[in-house]
Design a protein around this ligand. Structure first.
Ligand code: HEC
Ligand code: HEC
Length: 236
């Protein structure tokens, strides 16, 4: 399907996505992402200029939806502040490379990032990364799903979330996203997208496999759990 890059096809894709259908699932049959953590990619990341990123966040109107410092104003749009820069850069590239065209809102972001250069992306990524993680969205009784975060469920071959996402969902280098304080509806939606195979930009299918083993109720509870964690006082 790679050669179908004509504007009309893209426009059709945007229109279909905006109608709310997700039937475009996995039209992209290539690798899950074009990003590899080569020396070049790491050097590009290191060149990120957070001051220019702050300006771009306003000029490109990212702030309208994701907030002036990357803390989203509602429960459905994701926050970006405190995310590892590598993750933000990777997913912006994935949107531009049409790797998330199967998700309901992926086309929106694909449209937003269409004209952006790699340097714009790393500058924005370094700006969000230097800001604190978002504060807790809500309160939630942790007990039921905390063990999935800390211990996983070996019987169902579910590894602990913390192995990759870091302690308390703080995120990890280079591209393990932070989950702490994230918008709960976004967390649920992204796990449901992985589970249904609509989102397939995770290298080695790690999140597709894990989400498929979780019940819908566990996904909901995990989303509430991570949304209720506050690490906003530190950036460790
Ligand atoms: C009209 C609102 C809107 C605007 C403007 C917008 N975004 Fe988004 N963005 C979204 C939504 C909605 C999602 C979630 C998509 C999904 O559910 O897959 C998202 C997702 C993202 C993600 C992925 C978050 C994650 O945790 O995986 C990043 C990074 C991002 N946007 C960056 C940007 C940047 C940078 C800009 C400006 C160039 C921007 N966005 C402009 C609405 C917007
Ligand atoms: C083996 C490593 C690994 C484990 C274990 C893991 N994840 Fe992930 N997860 C990832 C990676 C890598 C991504 C980013 C995928 C990408 O590149 O977009 C991710 C993405 C996510 C996202 C989407 C975040 C966003 O901002 O879009 C959610 C939500 C998530 N994981 C939840 C969980 C939960 C809950 C658990 C535990 C039940 C878990 N993960 C266990 C590696 C892992």
């Amino acid at each position: 399907m790679k050669h179908f890059q004509f504007p009309t096809i893209r426009l059709a894709a945007v229109l279909i996505a905006s109608l709310g259908t997700s039937t475009l699932a996995q039209e992209n049959t290539g690798p899950s992402t074009n990003i590899a953590w080569t020396i070049e990619t790491l050097n590009l990341l290191r060149s990120g200029d957070p001051e220019r990123g702050a300006t771009l966040n306003l000029d490109l109107e990212c702030a309208t939806c994701h907030g002036a410092t990357g803390v989203s104003a509602n429960d459905t749009w994701p926050s970006l502040s405190g995310q590892p820069a590598g993750y933000t850069y990777k997913i912006l590239r994935d949107y531009r490379d049409q790797k998330l065209s199967g998700t309901q809102r992926g086309e929106l972001m694909a449209y937003v990032v269409e004209e952006m250069t790699d340097q714009d992306m790393v500058d924005l990524a370094s700006y969000y990364a230097q800001n604190k993680l978002p504060p807790a969205r809500q309160t939630f009784m942790h007990d039921a799903v905390e063990s999935l975060d800390l211990l996983g469920d070996p019987e169902r071959l579910i590894p602990p979330c913390s192995v990759c996402h870091g302690k308390n969902g703080k995120g990890d280098f280079p591209d393990f996203p932070a989950l702490a304080g994230q918008s709960p509806e976004y967390l649920t939606r992204s796990m449901m997208d992985f589970k249904a195979g609509r989102r397939g930009n995770d290298v080695y299918s790690r999140m597709r496999l894990i989400s498929a083993r979780l019940t819908d109720e566990e996904i909901q509870a995990l989303a509430n759990y991570f949304a209720s964690i506050s690490l906003s006082t530190s950036n460790e």
